[in-house]
Design a protein around this ligand. Structure first.
Ligand SMILES: [Zn+2]
Ligand SMILES: [Zn+2]
Length: 347
């Protein structure tokens, strides 16, 4: 398949921010890779706490990005690719981000505005605190587990929700504060938005039984990050290419529970150039064309400089824009957030 801005690229669907039994997850890497293969995922991102950085590899056709999650008390940081070793403790977020970037890895702020729940760990939560750093390359705009937990306010309410409507918190979509901060950052430099499952599949004891909540089979197919990369079949090389695509922002997020996000395109064109997500394009004659193609019809919202510029119900949208700055797309299906693009930048 040819990518929208040249070169043969494949569309890859992946689930990011997964914990295994190597840290505080409840399933083994082998089990998780097997499940991921069954759900048709092309790659998964493993983020056991303080795991050393290791080369990517394939297991059963699924590319494993063997990353880690750094920091303990706050400023949790997801890392993929080469990274310095940070001990199992609390480090300054800005220092961690600078170290990872200097080594060529990708660093992503995890659950930046987590609020916590009075039902879990006495409301303990782990927001990001080092916004003065300019070295992080990505931000988790949607963390499924963290946002589910944030929604659990009392035992009765959360038990009822779990039994009757376990997917209800997914309907709110990305974290509003994370989206607002992401839009603010995008007006200064490119920062990639990704989705994280934060999968642990915790074992809970209640009513005399032990069972898993927010388990791997529930979250792996629910919310994914898609990218386009020219893969070769060799694990280490392909891992580097996927990480590069994520750093550059050649990716989008889809709530696959509603509909798979495969076949989404968003690019900008002038008479002289054509550029995709994560890229800059100079206007010609004071304007450029934006092209949006969806796998199915939905309510398309075009966001410019963090504000809603225009919306359209449809499957394809071509429109001319004149203002400089970052543009991104959100799509809703029956008023539920489904798809989020990364930004492209008009100059
Ligand atoms: Zn965390
Ligand atoms: Zn985590």
């Amino acid at each position: 398949m040819t990518g929208e801005w040249g070169g043969p690229k494949r569309e890859l669907r992946g689930n990011l921010h997964i914990h295994t039994t190597c840290s505080d997850g409840s399933r083994t890497l082998e089990e998780i890779a097997g499940l991921a293969q069954g759900y048709g995922l092309d790659f998964i991102g493993l983020n056991d706490h303080f795991a050393p950085s290791r080369p990517s590899r394939y297991q059963g056709g699924v590319l494993l990005l063997l990353g880690s999650e750094l920091n303990r008390e706050h400023s949790h940081y997801l890392v993929y690719g080469p990274a310095p070793a940070f001990g199992p403790g609390q480090h300054e977020g800005a220092k961690v981000a600078a170290g990872v970037k200097a080594r060529g890895g990708m660093g992503i702020i995890a659950h930046p505005f987590e609020k916590g729940s009075p039902l879990v760990g006495k409301g303990k939560h782990y927001p990001w605190r080092d916004w003065n750093s300019e070295d992080f390359q990505g931000i988790e705009i949607w963390n499924l587990t963290s946002q589910w937990r944030d929604s659990a306010r009392s035992l009765g309410q959360s038990l009822g929700q779990w039994l009757l409507a376990p997917y209800r918190p997914f309907k709110q979509g990305a974290c509003p504060q994370a989206l607002a901060r992401w839009d603010e950052l995008s007006q200064k430099r490119h920062v990639t938005g990704i989705a994280g499952s934060d999968l642990h599949g915790p074992l809970v004891r209640a009513l005399g039984c032990r069972f898993r909540i927010l388990d791997y089979p529930m979250l792996l197919p629910a919310l994914n990050t898609y990218c386009r990369a020219a893969v070769t079949g060799e694990g280490e090389e392909d891992g580097a290419r996927v990480i590069e695509a994520l750093i550059r922002g050649r990716c989008w997020i889809a709530q696959d529970r509603l509909c798979l996000g495969r076949g989404f395109f968003f690019w900008a064109e002038t008479e002289r150039a054509r550029r995709g997500m994560g890229e800059k394009i100079p206007r010609v004659g004071g304007k450029a064309w934006l092209r949006i193609v969806l796998p199915r019809r939905g309510e398309i919202r075009l966001i410019h400089n963090g504000a809603l510029l225009s919306r359209l119900e449809g499957r394809r949208w071509d429109l001319a824009v004149t203002e400089a700055g970052p543009y991104r797309v959100e799509v809703r299906l029956r008023d539920v957030p489904w798809l989020y693009s990364n930004s492209l930048y008009l100059e």
